[in-house]
Design a protein around this ligand. Structure first.
Ligand code: FA5
Length: 362
């Protein structure tokens, strides 16, 4: 007896003859009819299980072979194989026809899509301005051959200060109002991304060109342009023969790409950072008024972009690099300020808050 099928209405095969030839012919007819009459995936699957399944009619005939003589096996083996192949081929053909029809029906349904139909308001997310600008920065640095890297936000005194030529009791420590986590263990929240410098020197061999975008923390009073947490971008290049000319050219190219202004000029002023010598403060022509003077640049035509300089020999030594062979430059700027400038965001606290009204504008 054949297993019953819910979806398919075809006659059951009642084997009344002992002739295997008749049985083979009968099953082939029944199977091909069932496949032909199937119009849905379920009906076709039902026919497959009935005839081609592991316990289907063809498998049962195959089982019967086992008890036969060698001569009978030679006669019926190939016949049963042909039966199986014919039924399988018919099944495959029908299957691809049904798939095709279903695809066409789906395409038809899409063509009938009603663009004016009412849908309730959906709350869709937006990409945070930080993420947008970081992706932009990473693309720029990647295209210039820099490696994008990162470092821990919980740092040791060594990486944040001592190795950067800021030993204990150095007055420059006062400029970085530090969140200490455990004084006795020298653990702190990093106050700048320059920490990445030493970590890179310890793990890579020159030439090194890297960029780090990351969150930093300072124990500062909060106002419209200062927060106790903000983002910085650090880039560093170390190789033989690196000079101030490389620093200025590199800085200008990076800032031009960042602000997407090919005529953007940079201006440098002497600046003091213990980990560079000489150190400079970098200004850019105001991207809003192209240097003519506006409220953003306080009518000066210039905006401060960040600090930079040639890496101090002591810092190279702390990182295990011989300053007699190699030199390098480093540039660090306030990524948060850059985001504020680029998107015209008036208050830094908006960037770190959770106001959906603010965030959904981006
Ligand atoms: C530094 O942090 C140096 N590590 C930069 C550097 C790197 C110099 C490599 C030389 C070579 P500074 O403390 O000036 O420098 O901070 C860099 C930038 O961070 C500032 O220009 C400013 O844009 C931003 N910044 C500083 N304090 C805050 C704050 N409280 N809120 C938001 N942004 C800040």
């Amino acid at each position: 007896m054949l297993p019953s099928t819910e979806a398919l209405d075809f006659e059951r095969i009642i084997v009344t003859t002992n002739s295997l030839d008749t049985q083979i012919a009968s099953i082939q007819t029944q199977c091909l009819t069932a496949i032909e009459q199937a119009h849905t995936t379920q009906q076709l699957e039902s026919a497959r299980v009935t005839f081609l399944g592991r316990q289907g009619e063809i498998a049962k005939l195959m089982d019967a072979l086992k008890g036969m003589s060698v001569e009978q096996k030679k006669e019926f083996g190939p016949k049963l194989n042909t039966l199986k192949q014919n039924c399988q081929a018919a099944f495959d053909e029908k299957q691809s026809g049904i798939d095709q029809k279903q695809l066409l029906a789906a395409a038809q349904r899409e063509q009938n899509f009603d663009v004016s139909a009412y849908i309730p308001n959906q709350l869709t997310g937006t990409i945070h301005p930080y993420t947008q600008i970081i992706e932009h920065i990473e693309n720029i640095f990647n295209s210039m051959g820099f490696t994008i890297t990162d470092g821990p936000e919980i740092e040791t005194d060594f990486y944040n200060f001592t190795a950067l030529n800021i030993p204990p009791d150095h007055p420059a420590r006062d400029l970085h109002d530090t969140f200490w986590l455990a004084h006795e263990k020298n653990l702190l929240l990093r106050t700048h991304t320059s920490t990445a410098q030493i970590r890179a020197m310890q793990t890579q061999k020159p030439p090194i060109a890297l960029c780090v975008n990351g969150r930093v923390y300072r124990h500062e009073a909060t106002d419209a342009t200062h927060d106790f947490q903000f983002m910085q971008t650090e880039c560093m290049v170390i190789d033989k023969g690196i000079s101030m000319a490389n620093l200025l050219a590199g800085t200008q190219s990076i800032l031009r790409a960042l602000f997407e202004q090919s005529n953007l000029e940079i201006r440098v002023r002497p600046g003091y950072f213990p980990f560079v010598e000489p150190g400079i403060e970098v200004d850019i022509t105001c991207p809003f008024c192209q240097g003519k003077g506006c409220s953003t640049c306080k009518r000066t035509g210039w905006i401060e972009a960040g600090g930079a300089g040639l890496i101090h020999p002591n810092v190279l030594k702390s990182g295990g690099i011989d300053p007699n062979i190699y030199s390098g430059w480093a540039l660090g700027f306030g990524l948060t300020r850059l985001v504020m400038l680029k998107y015209g965001i008036p208050d830094i606290r908006l960037l770190h808050g959770n106001s959906l009204n603010f965030l959904k504008q981006f």
